[in-house]
Design a protein around this ligand. Structure first.
Ligand code: BTN
Length: 263
């Protein structure tokens, strides 16, 4: 079903997260639009939703494939009163909200891959990109961008993505009304964002660990210049992954791509 601003507004009116909502049939990137709105004093919870993106942004300057008519591309303006150093934790909070959302549609095997992917059956179904503007006084705003592959068909992915990406429709065999999924997404984000603001990452950690299913598992972390292997021993209060290497030393992982190894 097509999205319209009228229907989205009627669905989201008065919400703390997701309203006001700005809808575009096509944008460069919802993160770019949300950033502009935030610079023009958009209030916390303001949402940008697009049917397609011509310059969808992924992490590490990668592109996010954003075809029309099938998926969710959205960005929220957040203005949390937290230290700038705590901002990356919002990616983990959003991951929990998305994992919970997708689990509600009963696909088998929803997992979170640290720090910002949600997978179904080991294939990526959602990516999260947070961007922040801060000053010496603290955070001005955070743009929380979320892309979810909802109704993409198996053959619709670029060849390079076919082995690594999936959609809710592919794994369940059913198409979904994107307006309902967006509404559910914003409800779950509102819930987990409130928990995070009240209790910090410790309030989210148990659920994050449940979905990440990574404790005690061997991983390889690929950094810019090198890579390192170890066994995950926990995730700190600040969202840093902690692993123990073969020599028994502990390493805190704040960036990089994490791959589960067969253990
Ligand atoms: C990643 O996995 O690398 C992050 C992907 C984030 C994609 C979403 S789609 C909506 C929002 N707008 C963007 O340009 N990017 C994010």
């Amino acid at each position: 079903m097509n999205l319209t601003e009228e229907q989205l507004t009627a669905t989201l009116a008065g919400r703390r997260i997701g309203f006001p909502v700005h809808y575009f049939p096509e944008v460069d990137s919802t993160n770019i639009r949300a950033w502009r709105l935030a610079m023009a004093d958009a209030t916390e919870g303001t949402a940008v939703v697009a049917d397609s993106q011509s310059r969808g942004k992924g992490r590490l300057n990668r592109a996010w494939q954003s075809p029309p008519g099938v998926n969710i591309y959205t960005s929220l303006v957040l203005r949390p009163r937290i230290e700038p150093a705590a901002a990356p934790q919002l990616t983990l909070v959003a991951g929990v909200a998305v994992a919970e959302l997708l689990t509600g549609y009963h696909p088998p095997g929803v997992t979170i891959k640290w720090p910002n992917d949600v997978l179904i059956g080991g294939k990526k179904v959602c990516g999260i990109l947070t961007e922040m503007k801060s000053t010496a006084a603290g955070i001005d705003f955070i743009i929380l961008g979320i892309g979810i592959n909802v109704n993409t068909g198996r053959g619709d992915f670029e060849p390079a993505l076919r082995e690594t990406a999936t959609s809710l429709k592919i794994v369940t065999g059913t198409g979904f009304d994107r307006r309902e999924v967006i509404s559910d997404l914003f409800s779950r984000l509102e819930k987990w964002y409130s928990v995070f603001l009240a209790r910090g990452f410790p309030g989210v950690r148990e659920t994050w660990l449940h979905y990440a299913d990574i404790l005690g598992r061997p991983i390889r972390v690929v950094f810019k210049e090198d890579s390192s292997c170890g066994v995950v021993t926990g995730i700190d209060d600040d969202g840093t992954l902690v692993m123990q290497d073969a020599r028994g030393g502990y390493r805190r992982v704040v960036a990089g791509d994490v791959y589960l190894l067969k253990g």
